[in-house]
Design a protein around this ligand. Sequence first.
Ligand code: TTP
Length: 195
Amino acid sequence: MRIILASSSPRRSELLEMLKISFEKRPSSIDEKNTFYEKPEQIVMGLSFEKAFQIAHLEPDAIVIGSDTIVYLDEVLGKPENKSDAYHMLRKLSGRTHDVYTGIAVICESRKIKRVDYVKTEVVFNELSDAEIQAYIDTGEPLDKAGAYGIQGQGALLVKQIRGDYFSVMGLPLSKLNKIMIDEFRINLLTREGL
Ligand SMILES: Cc1cn([C@H]2C[C@H](O)[C@@H](COP(=O)(O)OP(=O)(O)OP(=O)(O)O)O2)c(=O)[nH]c1=O
């Protein structure tokens, strides 16, 4: 079966490429700002579902994967609008523990399969000086990332500890995805059974 990743995120593509499976990319155009969901897990599951559903509708025979990531610390931290927004997010995260929520939706319209779930991971940040925050903002990494950092880049230096799934922090919970593929499609991304 064709697998479609309903995402424009380069990280999500990289993670699927790492599994050496063939898939197509087809970004959705969901407006993530106007979401009416409130709790972090509802936000990431709702947006993951909307992203996958938009494409699944157009490609009813394919398995369509959608995902969404937010950082949560007292409030939702999405992608920063600008450098000053990034500064405030990183200042807030400094020396504290936050939760990263990543939703995953897997839909196949023709088989009437719609699964949505999420993974929560705790990330502990180092105490950051203003000079360190400025230097990190100058790397250019923060702007397209939830919480204004990327754990897979120079942002690794901000992180003291993580409790949970590294790949979900990066943008796609791979083990959870495989579990859904096995449960719903009898496809095992590791053994390649069913692919
Ligand atoms: C916390 C964190 C987020 N991120 C990224 C993953 C996501 O790309 C981004 C969160 O934005 P999302 O809205 O989840 O995804 P996106 O807009 O980039 O892509 P699409 O909606 O088309 O799927 O933040 C990292 O790369 N590393 C990290 O450590």
